[in-house]
Design a protein around this ligand. Structure first.
Ligand SMILES: Cc1cc2nc3c(=O)[nH]c(=O)nc-3n(C[C@H](O)[C@H](O)[C@H](O)COP(=O)(O)OP(=O)(O)OC[C@H]3O[C@@H](n4cnc5c(N)ncnc54)[C@H](O)[C@@H]3O)c2cc1C
Length: 489
């Protein structure tokens, strides 16, 4: 056992939540220890999530784009793919970002301990280090940022490199000819996009009645039309019931969600990606010894200051619940760090910090991208909320047409309740098209600021840009858009 370490704040887990909490707390003048079981900082997002997937999706998007250039009179030779070099590129991106975090931890004098942490009591955590030694850390406050991991289906073959989660898929070990994606959510469809561009034919199986749940169907429809050529079969309301490893491939059987035989008989795949959700790591940190309540599913309940049932222990990120997104984790991290600093340093303003974001944007970085924030149209319908839509089709956007990518649209939803008198504030928005994810932040800002259509439409957007479609959608709502045919009287 190594000598005890003492600190103001112990942060468990160095993903986007954990490192952001540690850095913010250090910047506010606290003595911080950050515990991470893996050798690099950055957690799922930087090592096996957001960043590596986007490095590969960027390559896929460029490959797809140039393959359409023949119609414009520019012909390239068919691509040759060197998987090892592509993987090296992805790893370099990760190294650069995680190395940057290590350097910034040093600059802030955050003590980083590598090892697996478990609570011993409400003020102590033990870290099992790689060298077998145990380091104990005493803390005044703790922030649990232990994140989540991919759900593994129990009936899939284990230890077979042809059956992977997103982490295995990002290793790019093979270029499969036939790939099955189990789960039609964002992560599965992003990884499917990469492998399809690298040459795989895709099947996707989804228990629900549609792909990409959560996004409005009209947005998803545009993606589905563009991406239909990637898929041999899209199996909805269907489950995978068994899988067997054979020398020819993974043989998979399906069944309809209602238990009747599936439309598709047994199939053989070179690669099976299980992307059926993520489970929080709350049950793996001996939280009970600190008195912290963890739900049956592994989530830790917190209040708007990110405080658990134990007042001096906080929790943030994937481990506290949906949506499991890096940008949510970072904002929650800042709140927890600020509340703690406020309490320990006697700063009344900081100690009032709270997570009170109105909305959290979601993005599928597929091609085209789908991004949405706030209220969706489907949600409004099911909850009986009266909204009026402003929609700008990209077939009228000079920039989208110039880019040869005018399939998308931008829509904004405004409060149409009687009290709004036709000038309601923006409640939500969705964009489908290239770079939709880069633009949705403006819609989020408009919602946070309580903007109405005039605010957005009168904001001068640069021309010709895709972002201009947000202002134009607001003008369309007002009936003031001169880039569209006149509104019907
Ligand atoms: C393929 C993929 C793509 C994604 N793409 C996006 C995206 O584009 N945008 C987006 O916003 N989100 C994306 N996500 C989700 C995003 O990665 C997570 O929401 C985010 O990483 C959550 O951050 P976190 O800090 O809560 O946890 P994590 O990133 O999971 O970090 C938790 C850390 O805690 C460590 N840890 C856990 N238990 C212990 C312990 N006992 N001792 C020591 N260390 C421990 C873990 O090793 C890990 O490093 C993606 C996820 C995946 C899998």
């Amino acid at each position: 056992m190594k000598d005890d370490l003492d600190c103001d704040v112990l942060v468990l887990g160095a993903g986007p939540g954990g490192y952001s909490a540690a850095f913010r707390a250090a910047d506010l003048g606290l003595k911080v220890v950050l515990v991470e079981r893996y050798p690099t900082l950055g957690g799922v997002c930087l090592n096996v999530g957001c960043i590596p997937s986007k490095a590969l999706l960027h390559v896929a998007a460029v490959m797809d784009e140039v393959s359409h250039f023949e119609a414009l009179g520019i012909t390239f030779a068919p691509p040759t793919i060197d998987l090892a070099r592509l993987k090296a590129h992805k790893d370099k991106v990760i190294d650069r970002l995680t190395g940057g975090l290590a350097a910034m931890a040093k600059m802030r004098q955050v003590t980083v301990l590598q090892g697996r942490g478990e609570f011993v009591d409400p003020n102590q955590l033990n870290v099992e280090r790689a060298d077998g030694q145990t380091q104990s850390v005493k803390f005044k406050r703790a922030i649990i940022a232990a994140g989540s991991e991919a759900v593994k289906l129990p009936f899939l073959p284990k230890d077979d490199p042809r059956v992977v989660t997103s982490t295995g898929a990002l290793e790019l070990r093979q270029a499969p000819k036939r790939m099955l994606i189990i789960g039609g959510g964002i992560i599965g469809l992003e990884m499917g996009t990469v492998y399809s561009t690298l040459g795989a034919r895709l099947d996707v199986v989804e228990m629900q009645d549609s792909l990409m749940q959560g996004a409005d169907r009209d947005l998803v429809k545009v993606w589905q039309k563009m991406n239909a050529p990637r898929f041999d079969h899209i199996l909805l309301k269907t489950k995978t019931v068994s899988a067997e490893a054979t020398p020819e491939g993974i043989k998979v059987k399906f069944e309809s969600a209602d238990g009747t035989p599936a439309a598709l008989p047994e199939q053989t795949y070179d690669l099976v990606l299980q992307a059926v959700g993520r489970v929080p790591n709350g049950k793996k940190i001996a939280a009970d010894r600190a008195g912290v309540a963890v739900s049956d599913r592994g989530f830790i309940n917190v209040d708007i200051q990110m405080r658990t049932n134990v007042p001096h222990i906080f929790a943030i990120g994937d481990v506290v619940g949906q949506p499991m997104l890096a940008h949510k984790a970072v904002h929650e991290a800042h709140v927890a760090a600020e509340v703690i600093a406020g309490e320990l340093l006697g700063d009344a303003q900081l100690s009032q910090s709270a997570f009170n974001a109105r909305v959290i944007p979601s993005v599928a970085y597929t091609d085209p991208e789908i991004a949405w924030v706030g209220l969706t149209e489907d949600d409004a319908k099911s909850r009986g909320i009266k909204v009026k839509k402003g929609l700008f089709p990209w077939s009228a956007s000079g920039r989208a047409i110039a880019n040869g990518r005018d399939e998308g649209f931008t829509k904004l939803l405004f409060d149409d309740s009687d009290e709004a008198h036709g000038h309601g504030r923006i409640l939500g928005g969705g964009i489908v098209g290239t770079h939709a994810g880069d633009m949705i932040g403006e819609v989020a800002l408009a919602i946070e600021m309580g903007a109405d259509a005039v605010d957005i439409g009168k904001t001068i957007h640069p021309h010709p840009t895709l972002g201009e479609s947000i202002g134009l959608a607001a003008e369309a709502f007002e009936g003031a858009c001169t880039d569209l045919p006149p509104a019907r009287k």
